[in-house]
Design a protein around this ligand. Structure first.
Ligand code: C2E
Ligand code: CA
Ligand code: CA
Length: 318
């Protein structure tokens, strides 16, 4: 006998215009009810509002345009430096995508990534970003510049693809770059759904020599118990750690605990969202030596990144 939990949800659309077709009244009420389903805290009823239809129209427009956008190279891959917290030395970069929309200008990922995660296009886009990132690494090898690893985001949906490891192996081969120069950022929440399966998949990626960073660490409550079984090399601390410790000075036990945890497990530790010199110094004093954030640089074009890299090297040798 299966146990089911029954939950009744109600979508409400108050009828103001009596001439409105019953079908459209119904579909607006259904739209409102979806809000209950999305609410993690379990709302039981929700009223329709116009923004619900607007979001659907906007998301539909994104879906209609995505394939052309990819074909016409409207997606750009920018790089955000990762730096040593004390010396400022460049130690890596994260590849982040931007959509240069012909009518609306630059769109931030928060506008389109969630839509692509729903309609499956994220896998195509991610592959495009990985390919660009490998191309960047190749260009540094060719120009004889000092190499730093580039990390790319791997969405949880990509991990469902059994042939992901061979895809990465082919890509590394195509560009002739050693695996150690490509890092993969996989969010902590990706491990939550079906931990055993995901751990196996990520292990296969690690087996081909790719370095694995656990992204947004601290936002999904992983079981600390499982952390030492996970095939990861680095904990990437979510920026909420920094925001929270500043909100309540003295209550930084969690932050210092997490840094100690990373060190005790022999994992690398990188802090996200470093915006000030004080934050960089504080994290360093706790034992976390690398970081990423506006204090060092915002995400920048490949061209600007190359200049940043040269300047960073100049500062170190000065
Ligand atoms: P994320 O992977 O956690 O990336 C870090 C985000 O924090 C970036 O936002 C970055 O611009 C922002 N950030 C960096 N330093 C600071 C700082 O000092 N202060 C503040 N307030 N923010 C900072 P962005 O580029 O808008 O990306 C947002 C999210 O979109 C990413 O979060 C990632 O989850 C997703 N994303 C971006 N590019 C890709 C991609 O190519 N593939 C996939 N699957 N997801 C992507
Ligand atoms: Ca990331
Ligand atoms: Ca992150």
């Amino acid at each position: 006998r299966a146990d089911y939990e029954l939950r009744i949800i109600i979508g409400i659309y108050p009828i103001e215009d009596n001439s409105m077709a019953v079908e459209s009244i119904y579909s607006k009420a259904v739209l409102a009810s979806k809000k209950c389903k999305e609410s993690a805290t379990g709302g039981y009823f929700a009223f329709y509002d116009e923004s619900m239809s607007e979001t659907i129209v906007k998301n539909q427009r994104i879906t209609n345009q995505m394939n052309v956008a990819l074909k016409e190279n409207q997606f750009e891959v920018v790089l955000q430096p990762k730096c040593h917290l004390q010396t400022g030395k460049l130690i890596g970069a994260e590849a982040l995508v931007r959509w240069k929309h012909p009518e609306n200008g630059y769109l931030p990922p928060s506008e389109f990534i969630p839509v692509f995660e729903k309609n499956g296009f994220i896998s195509k886009l991610d592959e495009y970003v990985w390919d660009k990132a490998c191309g960047y690494i190749r260009s540094w090898i060719d120009s004889g510049l000092d190499l730093v690893p580039v990390s790319v985001n791997v969405s949880r949906y990509d991990l469902r693809n059994q042939s992901l490891p061979s895809k990465f192996a082919q890509m590394l081969d195509k560009y002739g770059i050693p695996a150690k120069y490509l890092h993969l950022e996989i969010t902590e929440s990706a491990y939550m759904e079906d931990a055993r399966v995901i751990i196996k998949e990520v292990q296969r990626l690690k087996d081909i020599g790719l370095h694995i960073e656990m992204d947004d660490f601290g936002t999904a409550y992983s079981s600390l118990n499982m952390l030492n079984e996970m095939p990861i090399d680095t904990l990437k601390l979510d920026m909420s750690f920094i925001r929270n410790y500043e909100k309540s000075p003295g209550k930084d036990v969690i932050l210092s605990f997490v840094v100690k945890l990373a060190n005790a497990l022999n994992l690398g530790c990188i802090a996200e969202g470093i915006e000030t010199k004080e934050q960089a110094a504080y994290l360093f004093s706790l034992g976390c030596s690398t970081g990423q954030g506006y204090y060092f640089s915002k995400p920048i074009s490949k061209q600007d990144f190359d200049i940043f890299a040269v300047q960073s090297a100049a500062v170190i040798s000065a």
